[in-house]
Design a protein around this ligand. Structure first.
Ligand SMILES: Cc1cc2nc3c(=O)[nH]c(=O)nc-3n(C[C@H](O)[C@H](O)[C@H](O)COP(=O)(O)OP(=O)(O)OC[C@H]3O[C@@H](n4cnc5c(N)ncnc54)[C@H](O)[C@@H]3O)c2cc1C
Length: 429
């Protein structure tokens, strides 16, 4: 679709996972919709690039987290000819953990695993407390505290001293972190291949002063009754979209409480003949307190390792220029596996999600005291504007399945409003 229709029942703003799942549910209910997307592609933060390396590489979301309770995992488990996927379900193990370039012994690694369990229990206890606080304040004192901080930054996108412990405790963790062969973004793309989307069509204004809402886009105005808004809190905070009447103070406060964190990926394609590459599934590397990355050697027997940098350090690297994160990860490879290993890396690529105009970061975290902002953000504006997207999900934020569920929730609210029964089972697309 190159030009959006002039008038529909519902406009869906954004064709990431939340927008696509909302669109599917609304179309299934028989409503007329327009999906408008600012970028030149669908998928948003869940996108697979097949051109960088000789294998697909997920630039954003790649794991089906909490697989036991993840509705997308149920869809991915279906037979291949029924829309399922080939999955890597083996548990991820820390085959090797390194600190300051030193490989930890098996006993030290086991000790760290024990610490992780204590940390999890401490986060849950603190999350139930009356007063919210930064995660950092409740990490049990230990030699592993620093490594735990780094882990928190990778999971939340924000550093442990700025992230709400209540928000972290509310996240619904369940067994299973699965990878999808061919890339999660590509599989999601297949799942929603038939949803018509108007690309290169940024929304700049939503005017709901009259009975009909007017959604102003770069390719013309659309009149509608309801709007599903799925853009990130980074885009909302940057006011790429103006509202008539303006957003309430409560909504603006909620957006401010949910800033975008940063996780960047560094793809490291290595010489397929490098036999030592299989020596660890995942390794942590840290220099001092603030500089760290994780390197993971990929599943499905591929020759791409992925480096991850997060939080303030990731922001510093992204600001420093296009190869700073790559250089740090290559330094890690050299320290972890020896100087010869670095020579085995034959191609690299790094993401820059902070500079991405359409997301302005990787995923949302809640500031201390801001955990309730997710449900505030999710509140519709009257019967007109329905918010969706990962940031609106109290128990599944920062995930692909959270985005998927949020789109279905927003669509369900619109259907309920219109007196339509939402399709409930199975959790289809
Ligand atoms: C590096 C990285 C790794 C991740 N890893 C995982 C993982 O392993 N597992 C997991 O579950 N999750 C992961 N995530 C998070 C997951 O990708 C996101 O939570 C999810 O994709 C967000 O989907 P969404 O639909 O809420 O938002 P988005 O994907 O951001 O969709 C919003 C859409 O709105 C569009 N848009 C923006 N402005 C406008 C406008 N003005 N007009 C119209 N359209 C607009 C955007 O272009 C975008 O397509 C990761 C994310 C990143 C960045």
């Amino acid at each position: 679709m190159t030009v959006p229709p002039a008038s529909v029942d519902v406009v869906v703003v954004g064709a990431g996972v939340a927008g696509l799942s909302a669109a599917r549910a609304l179309l299934d209910a028989g409503l007329s919709i327009a999906v408008v997307e600012a970028a030149d592609r669908t998928g948003g933060r869940c996108v697979t690039d097949a051109t960088i390396f000789d294998q697909p590489f997920d630039l954003g979301g790649s794991w089906l987290h909490s697989a036991a309770i993840n509705p997308l995992a149920r869809l991915a488990e279906r037979p291949l000819d029924g829309g399922g996927a080939i999955l890597h379900k083996a548990p991820w193990d820390w085959a090797s953990v390194f600190t300051d370039g030193r490989r930890l012994s098996g006993a030290e690694t086991a000790d760290y695993r024990q610490y992780q369990q204590e940390m999890e229990a401490a986060l849950q206890r603190a999350g139930a407390d009356k007063a919210d606080c930064p995660v950092d304040a409740v990490l049990p004192p230990s030699q592993w505290q620093r490594t735990a901080r780094h882990w928190v930054a990778q999971m939340q996108g924000g550093d442990a001293d700025v992230v709400s412990v209540r928000d972290v405790a509310r996240y619904a963790e369940a067994p299973g972190d699965w990878l999808v062969q061919g890339g999660l973004g590509a599989w999601i793309g297949n799942l929603f291949f038939d949803i018509p989307v108007c690309l290169n069509c940024p929304v700049t204004r939503i005017d709901h002063t009259d009975e009909q809402t007017r959604v102003v886009t770069a390719r013309g105005d659309i009149q509608c009754r309801q709007t599903v808004l799925t853009v990130s809190t980074g885009v909302l905070a940057a006011e790429h979209i103006m509202f008539d009447p303006p957003l309430s103070d409560a909504k603006i406060a909620a957006i401010r409480q949910l800033p975008m964190g940063l996780l960047n990926k560094v793809g490291l394609a290595f010489d397929p003949d490098w036999s030592d590459a299989g020596q660890g599934h995942r390794a942590d590397y840290a220099v001092g307190d603030d500089q760290y990355c994780t390197i993971e050697f990929g599943a499905f027997g591929g020759n791409i390792a992925t480096g991850f940098v997060a939080g303030r350090f990731a922001d510093q690297l992204e600001a420093a220029g296009p190869s700073a994160a790559t250089d740090f990860c290559l330094q890690a490879v050299e320290q972890l596996f020896g100087s010869a290993a670095r020579q085995r890396i034959i191609r690299t690529f790094e993401t820059a999600w902070r500079s991405n105009h359409h997301t302005r970061g990787s995923y949302s975290y809640a500031r201390p005291g801001g955990a309730d902002a997710r449900s505030e953000l999710a509140q519709p504006i009257g019967d007109r504007i329905f918010f969706a997207g990962e940031a609106t999900m109290t128990d599944a934020y920062a995930t692909v399945h959270g985005a998927y569920q949020s789109g279905r929730i927003a669509a369900g609210r619109i259907m309920a409003l219109r007196g339509m029964a939402p399709r409930v089972q199975p959790p289809g697309v």
